[in-house]
Design a protein around this ligand. Structure first.
Ligand code: DAT
Length: 170
């Protein structure tokens, strides 16, 4: 059975992993956090300023290529311009209002420049623009991700989309 690949992207803290893990448990698709891959093994150094590992993008692509060809993968990452365009059938950019995002990042321990830069990233809709430049515009969708009600609505909509895609492609 063919199953779609989904990209969840957006600024850190917008709710990608919360949505991705719950989607995986509701649909049986496989959830992959590229940020976790970076932390665990696929890094090529450490960014002292932002206190995070630097992702080895080429190795991520090599590592995931076979799985993506099989289909049925939900990829979560706060970047999207280096993945092969053909990997994804749909791209969701999660969006969170500043007041919510600020609190989420602060309680994650972000402060100073790292906190400010991530808030700016959301204000300037950096990830939405990156997604629109990297994929066909018709497959890029923004999703509000402020409240638990937003999460539920997003889950329902994506589950429906997956069911429809699966019917249409098998
Ligand atoms: P990301 O994976 O984009 O970094 P996350 O899934 O870890 O974000 O979520 C960050 C925090 O926000 C976490 O404490 C869960 C919470 N959260 C996620 N989606 C939410 C929503 N729709 N409403 C309220 N809180 C949400």
């Amino acid at each position: 059975m063919r199953r779609p690949n989904i990209l969840l992207t957006g600024t850190p803290g917008v709710g990608k992993s919360t949505l991705g893990k719950e989607l995986a448990s509701r649909t049986g698709l496989t959830y992959i956090s590229v940020g976790d891959l970076a932390k665990e093994e696929l890094y090529e150094g450490f960014d002292e300023e932002y206190e995070c590992p630097i992702l080895d993008e080429d190795r991520v692509i090599d590592e995931l290529e076979d799985k993506m060809r099989e289909g049925g993968v939900i990829v979560d990452y706060h970047g999207c311009d280096f993945f092969p365009e053909h990997w994804f059938h749909i791209v969701f950019v999660l969006r969170t209002d500043n007041s919510f995002l600020y609190d989420r990042l602060e309680s994650r321990g972000y402060k100073g420049k790292k906190l400010q830069d991530n808030i700016q990233c959301e204000i300037f809709q950096t990830l939405y623009e990156e997604a629109m430049l990297s994929y066909r515009k018709e497959i890029v969708h923004q999703l509000p991700s402020n409240t638990p009600e937003d999460l539920e609505r997003n889950l329902d909509q994506i589950v429906q989309w997956i069911e429809q895609w699966t019917k249409d492609n098998n």
